[in-house]
Design a protein around this ligand. Structure first.
Ligand SMILES: [Zn+2]
Length: 408
């Protein structure tokens, strides 16, 4: 979607706090997708990545958060030549790399009334917990420039923990206890360092308990390096926060009387890169097609019987799988996911499934010739995908070996 680069430019060039813009953008996006009526699929479902049941619809709010988090990562850079950072550091009144990890109650009195520094910091405090970026006391809590630990560790003790210029909480802890690294521990410390160590231990004991490991975002920040494709990387990180299965998964569990893992459920969207197949899979998963059983509920004049066989109720399961008129297309598929992905049987089934909506509400049953043509189209797309792939897929030719024999 070419609107996103334009929007991202604005979000990055003017990283000010925004609130109302996103609702308006969402309504514009949705009016583009559903120009003639109300949305038929929930927006948060459309925003998921394609292989997780969504259509990768851009989420402008998440992109805005990603732009703001990129600035947090800029604050962590060592020796950055970005001139704006000097200005912000002046506004902050302390090194920027300490700001994200200090407790908000210590920083609030010093926040300027306006400006980019303030906006980014307020957004960071708002999203760090809900998105799991830094949900509680961070292992990156600075032990320098900390308003609650003014004496600091002193240069000599600092060097016992790290050669770097920055000292974080996680660098002084071993099994949640402040420990000098090395075999001699604190036996060789001078009197002054021993005193500073006791002061440091006292400070660490005053912190909330339950020290944790670094989150993925904190790990990026700890590296203090420019991140390539930072916006899209952080956007994907924010999307991972939503780990729940789509609500439609529960409907399918009820219909099929099975329990799904996320991997099994999303397997429905694998199989072919052909857009038509992905579209059919997606519409199938989201109950896009109205079956006779459903339309009979809307209108008394509609018949709930299957239009193909004329004997059974036209439920979703019947129309797509169990109708005797399409029994010829039903295949016994191998059970294991890996076997299925490397099998031509999956393509045969996907091609057959594509033909069902092509003959929707028609007495005509998909013909064998149509099926073969549909499989050939999938074969062509699979060939192109294999040629474009960086890695040679050893299963590709093997997969189509018997099909090629059949065609010749
Ligand atoms: Zn039927």
């Amino acid at each position: 979607m070419n609107v996103m680069p334009r929007l991202l430019y604005v979000l990055q060039a003017l990283p000010i706090s925004l609130t109302r813009l996103f609702k308006e953008l969402d309504s514009i996006f949705l009016s583009f997708i559903w120009p003639k009526g109300r949305p038929r699929v929930k927006t948060h479902l459309l925003r998921r990545p394609q292989l997780e049941g969504g259509l990768a619809l851009p989420d402008a709010r998440l992109y805005f958060y990603a732009a703001q988090l990129t600035r947090i990562m800029d604050w962590m850079l060592i020796g950055s030549d970005k001139l704006c950072l000097d200005l912000e550091e002046r506004l902050a009144g302390r090194p920027l790399w300490t700001v994200p990890w200090l407790p908000p109650q210590l920083l609030r009195p010093d926040i300027p009334p306006s400006g980019l520094y303030r906006d980014t910091l307020l957004v960071w405090w708002r999203i760090r917990g809900p998105f799991g970026l830094s949900p509680s006391l961070s292992p990156l809590l600075p032990l320098q420039h900390h308003p609650g630990f003014c004496p600091g560790t002193g240069t000599s003790l600092h060097r016992r923990f790290t050669d770097g210029t920055r000292l974080f909480l996680f660098q002084v802890l071993q099994n949640d206890v402040v420990t000098i690294p090395g075999p001699d521990g604190d036996d060789t410390l001078s009197f002054g360092d021993r005193f500073a160590l006791h002061r440091l231990r006292h400070f660490v004991r005053s912190l909330p308990r339950g020290f944790r490991h670094l989150t993925p975002f904190e790990t990026f920040c700890k590296l203090a390096l420019p991140l390539s494709k930072s916006i899209s990387t952080i956007y994907a990180l924010l999307q991972k926060c939503d780990t729940s299965l789509p609500p439609l998964c529960g409907c399918w569990e009820t219909i099929l009387e099975l329990d799904f893992t996320p991997e099994t459920f999303y397997l429905t969207l694998y199989g072919s890169r052909a857009f038509k197949v992905i579209e059919t899979s997606y519409k199938l998963l989201t109950f896009w097609y109205y079956t006779p059983h459903q339309t009979a509920h809307f209108s008394l004049s509609c018949d709930s019987i299957c239009w193909r066989c004329g004997t059974q109720t036209g439920t979703y399961l019947h129309i797509w799988w169990t109708c005797e008129k399409i029994a010829v297309f039903l295949l016994h598929l191998p059970g294991k996911q890996r076997t299925l992905r490397n099998s031509v049987a999956l393509h045969l089934l996907l091609a057959a499934r594509r033909l069902i909506p092509a003959h929707w509400r028609s007495l005509e049953v998909p013909s064998f010739t149509e099926w073969v043509e549909a499989i050939e189209q999938l074969r062509a797309v699979d060939n192109v995908a294999a040629q474009q792939s960086d890695r040679q897929d050893p299963h590709h030719l093997l997969k189509w070996f018997y099909w090629d024999g059949f065609r010749t």
